[in-house]
Design a binder for this molecule. Structure first.
Ligand code: GLC
Length: 607
């Protein structure tokens, strides 16, 4: 029956008036959940009590920015929006990102309860989708540095560049343990033993700060839970067929370390464990990660990860039920987010997903939003825009590049380079795109001047000095005996995820081999620098090379490579992965009894 307000007794009825958007009570200040003086737990409980099922379903939904409008974010109370790899505003500048972020946030705040959204990106080696951002070495190079404090500082610098653009959720670090170098994501791993990614979870402290919500604090994500680096044959998104004992010994420790550091979110792996898709593995997600490890943050699916549970294309109501009941709290459902909301709502009304599971997911998500300070400071902090690609961050990146270089051969101490006439060759010598690898501006990365940076050739020119002669020939044509040394920079073209899986030959391609061969006619020491995301099969060619340096994927600050070549920096890098004698040895790892070309931990110094 409709009751007009004039007849009803107003006494004792607290009217929640919506005044300038913020829910307030007629009798006092803001609603408790908007009162920053209260505990996060109390604020979450108050907010949950005000939320409808539609509000709660929206909080668990993460569309991709290209497939939703701001009005739909408001209407469906969407909890988070993401940029998938390479998905950037136009123009792709830090300021445009801040404008974009604020636009999404205003849309989220326009909903009745004004719950702020989180914006997620893969800032896996710097804020790498933003043109002009500092691009740091990929994780495999950082693993070679064995320097956890350096990695923490990289996390902090990345968080500053993200904060300037507003982006407050980083789908990083990957704490995977890469056991087979054929895997296309080997370079996203800090190394082949659990100790290295465990050691480097300091990046979580860098990204999140001492505690969430401080200046330039962003939510970190430990990924991909669990065992993504142990799949059979190194196939991305494949099946990890190992005992629980091995899973716990090799792949779980980095997640334990990240949880201990207070990582705010964990992303589930596309891969399977002994045939069961991780996205429906209730035992590992809920019983092990949440209960046994005590993970208090929230679990996010991977991109369309729930679509792959039943092996059929697209997702079904059953897959939604399986994933949410397994313990996934936020679902990365880039395009079909309306259908996801419909299916999950049906499942709750039909009793297949309990309201307590929905409330647990919301409690976890909202707790992180309150801890991040998003209710008080929802918009981009543009005071950090000046840090994007700053000299200080590039200097830190250059230091990281130098510390990640691994000198694998140095015949007759040809390194550090000495002299005043150098010949540089190779397709990776003068190319910021090649030296940055995947997840740079675009998802797959690409060759070319894709973002401001210093190529390895630029670095060599600076290190050699203005009085020196440095010639560059991409294909190696023109070397003669007048040169003091030839430096040839070759390796892998950029790739990401399964596009980088290499089931066949793991050697250099014909073009690179031909370039190196052209240098052999002159009686000049040849220094090979490999720009690659993994060890390559080079044992046959190695005897003809005088020196070999593995540069990994250094990012925008190629000067760090030259710093080691010319002795401005002592080589400190040690292999984070075992270097095969030939591709047939993969998987090859420390302690497996095989005889590698270079063992895990190998690296020469100039002493
Ligand atoms: C990708 C990756 C994951 C990334 C996500 C969002 O497919 O597996 O690492 O965070 O999608 O881009």
């Amino acid at each position: 029956m409709h009751r007009s307000l004039g007849k009803s007794r107003l006494l004792g009825v607290a009217l929640v008036l919506v005044v300038c958007g913020a829910p307030v009570r007629a009798d006092a200040g803001p609603a408790p959940y908007l009162d920053a003086r209260l505990s996060v737990a109390d604020r979450v409980s108050d907010l949950l009590g005000r939320m409808s099922l539609a509000d709660k379903l929206g909080q668990m939904t993460q569309p991709e920015r290209r497939y939703i409008t701001p009005d739909e974010v408001t209407r469906y109370r969407i909890g988070s929006v993401l940029s998938s790899g390479g998905s950037a505003p136009s123009p792709n500048t830090a300021k445009s990102w801040a404008d974009m972020y604020d636009g999404w946030q205003r849309a989220a705040l326009a909903a009745p309860l004004r719950v702020p959204m989180m914006y997620g990106v893969d800032a896996v080696h710097g804020h790498n989708t933003v043109v002009g951002a500092t691009i740091f070495p990929h994780n495999i190079g950082l693993g070679a540095s064995r320097d956890p404090e350096l990695v923490r500082r990289i996390g902090a610098a990345t968080a500053e560049e993200m904060a300037g653009t507003g982006v407050d959720w980083d789908f990083a670090p990957c704490v995977c343990v890469a056991r087979n170098d054929r895997w296309g994501r080997t370079y996203e791993s800090f190394g082949e033993v659990p100790e290295l990614p465990t050691m480097m979870t300091t990046v979580v402290d860098g990204l999140q700060g001492e505690e969430l919500g401080g200046p330039a604090s962003v939510l970190a994500t430990a990924k991909h839970f669990v065992g993504d680096g142990g799949t059979a044959g190194g196939g991305d998104r494949g099946d990890t067929r190992i005992s629980e004992e091995e899973l716990r010994a090799v792949h779980l420790p980095p997640f334990q370390a990240a949880v201990k550091r207070g990582v705010g979110s964990v992303m589930v792996s596309y891969s399977s464990w002994n045939g069961l898709k991780m996205h429906e593995n209730r035992y590992l997600i809920s019983d092990v990660l949440k209960r046994e490890l005590g993970f208090g943050g929230f679990v996010v699916s991977d991109y369309n990860g729930i679509d792959q549970i039943d092996g059929e294309s697209g997702f079904s109501r059953g897959e939604v039920v399986a994933a949410v009941n397994a313990g996934i709290d936020m679902v990365m459902v880039p395009t079909e987010w309306r259908r996801f909301i419909t299916y999950l709502g049906d499942a709750v009304r039909g009793g297949d997903v309990s309201m307590s599971r929905i409330d647990d997911a919301n409690r976890r998500i909202l707790t992180k939003k309150f801890e991040l300070g998003l209710f008080e400071r929802p918009m981009a902090d543009r005071s950090y825009l000046k840090t994007v690609g700053s000299a200080a961050h590039r200097e830190l990146a250059r230091k990281a590049v130098a510390e990640s270089q691994v000198v694998l051969k140095n015949e007759d101490d040809v390194l550090p380079l000495d002299g005043d006439k150098f010949f540089v060759a190779g397709r990776s010598a003068n190319d910021v795109g090649m030296q940055s690898g995947g997840w740079t501006i675009t998802w797959q990365g690409e060759p070319g001047p894709i973002t401001p940076g210093t190529t390895i050739l630029d670095g060599i020119r600076k290190a050699a000095g203005s009085g020196a002669t440095v010639s560059y020939s991409r294909d190696g044509v023109g070397l003669d005996d007048s040169y003091d040394a030839a430096i040839v920079v070759v390796g892998e073209k950029p790739y990401a995820e399964y596009h980088g899986d290499r089931t066949g030959d793991l050697g250099l391609d014909a073009g690179d081999l031909a370039t190196i061969d052209r240098l052999r006619d002159a009686d000049v020491p040849v220094v090979v620098v490999l720009v690659s995301g993994r060890p390559l099969d080079i044992a046959k060619q190695l005897p003809q090379w005088d020196a070999l340096v593995e540069a990994w994927l250094p990012g925008t600050e190629g000067g760090g490579v030259a710093d080691v070549l010319f002795g401005e920096a002592e080589p400190k890098g040690r292999l984070p992965v075992t270097w095969m004698r030939d591709g047939g040895q993969e998987p090859i790892n420390k302690g497996d009894g095989k005889t590698p070309l270079f063992p895990f931990g190998y690296g020469l110094t100039f002493e």
